[in-house]
Design a binder for this molecule. Sequence first.
Ligand code: GLU
Length: 594
Amino acid sequence: MREAKGGCGRPLFFRLLYGLACALSLGCGSAQAQPDPEGASGWQPKALAHAQRQMVAAAHPLAVEAGLQILRVGGSAVDAAIATQLVLGLVEPQSSGLGGGAFLLHWDAAQARVRSYDGRESAPAAARPGRFLDALGRPLPYHEAVVSGLSVGVPGLLRMLELAHARHGRLAWAALFAPAIRLAEDGFPMSPRLHRLLSGDRHLREDPAARALYYDAAGGARTVGERIVNPAYAASLREIAARGADAFYGGQIARDIVAAVRAHLRPGDLALADLAGYRARERAPVCGPFRAYRLCSMGPPSAGGIGVLQILGLLERSGFAMAMPDSAQDWERALHLYAEAGRLAYADRARWIADPDFVPQPVEGLLAPAYLDERAALIGERSMGWARPGTPRGAPLAWGPGGESEAAGTSHVSVVDTRGDALAMTSTIESQFGSRIMVRGFLLNNQLTDFSFNPEFEGRPAANRVEPGKRPRSSMAPTLVFGPEAVPAAGLRLTLGSPGGPAIINYVAKALVGTLAWGLDIQAAISLPNFGSANGPTLIERGSPWEEHGDALAARGHILSFRPLTSGTQGIETHAGALRGGADPRREGVARGD
Ligand code: GLU
């Protein structure tokens, strides 16, 4: 069955790849122009970026510029990421910002140590498991839950950045705010992607502050190139620059956040004590092998690291070709195996992963070689359709799966500095424009809709149900790669990550297959069409050459869905003693360095 079907897409990389496919006799029939991928910026071909010493890759050129400025005056990777993030909150407000949360992986080259930081939003103390059920016990319609005070979790970004800065910062905290304050006061040009998302969003214009900032008197989105000045954001930044994150978690900013959440048409229950009590956490990174490399990514409450490592581990065990396929049959087999590995990984994610402070997490069991062997043996020549979760060692059997639905409002930053320190940070307000509640120039998240709406399943509590103080499960997978083993003292190989809701796991794993198995450079690996399964239909990027394999995959029992699959992957790799960077052609990001 197919949800949609098209021929070869317009984007340049796809056309080149398709040309290659034609040359390889994959068949070129039914080529027709496809609409630009969803996600609003269309396809912008990106060239591989080169640098010798330092590099920043992020979702907007102005944010990358801010990060580079900081690196050039001696800032560390964390310093640069903070400056980059503060500009992203201004110029890419649909995706991340002060009102949201993030996960950060850090590599200290001198100490040869990876650390991971959790700045995930948490549920207010007043939150209860039935938060997203109506009076009859039915899950609320998704948009009613999102555009609501109920979806707003305690923002974790600033506390996490403060913690990372205390450990790894070199420049003064306040200095990192200067580029974003200047841009907020002088204005930045409306980008095509922001304009398109603003135009298409039904809810944001209902918020008076957002309406005044982004829309004209008639309610139309301000035009591409129009200068957007955000003095309220600049004022918030000035306070936080001067007084630290305490200025956000207490005082007038905190009071304004709480008031806005409680005054919403569908009010929430966030309290000043929730903000005052929020703590960012350092957690053990989740690490594992792929080929001769060692990967480290984010562990619970994110399912990202485990999911990526499971997919790669399953591919290694299921006869997946580690050389780039060069025939139609090889491509079809690669897509089949990748989708099946995804099914198994996402089945475990849905069943087991939640906040480790509330639900015991069988992390080792899920990545144990014997468990992956057992799971890989389930992959056959035909699609298994819907995968059941496994029972890894240490799994608490009392928990059931949930029924989450996650949208796409997220950004990824990768940085490598002159000392060789690196970071991967994925940062989010969850849905595009989050809860659509604007306070003091930034938007509040709707991260609590990443919890299971159903608190139980077949009489068992859902692992990811709402509980007071709990952090919702994520799919974000900021990832660092080291090796290969054969090279003595080989250090950092890659830093990367992506937005994309649950599909993040598939996007990140795809880019890792592209670089670490198929030998593509980071840009080509990011540009590779997206595909995979989250244990639903087999997803194929609409307009990509992979569509041509639809019939063969359907013959193997795959239910197909052709979708835009708008990843936003950014990454930096070390190569021959220098740096190379890539940014997703599906969005507006860039990689630049010196
Ligand atoms: N809220 C999602 C998560 O944490 C991310 C949404 C997105 O990528 O846009 O997994």
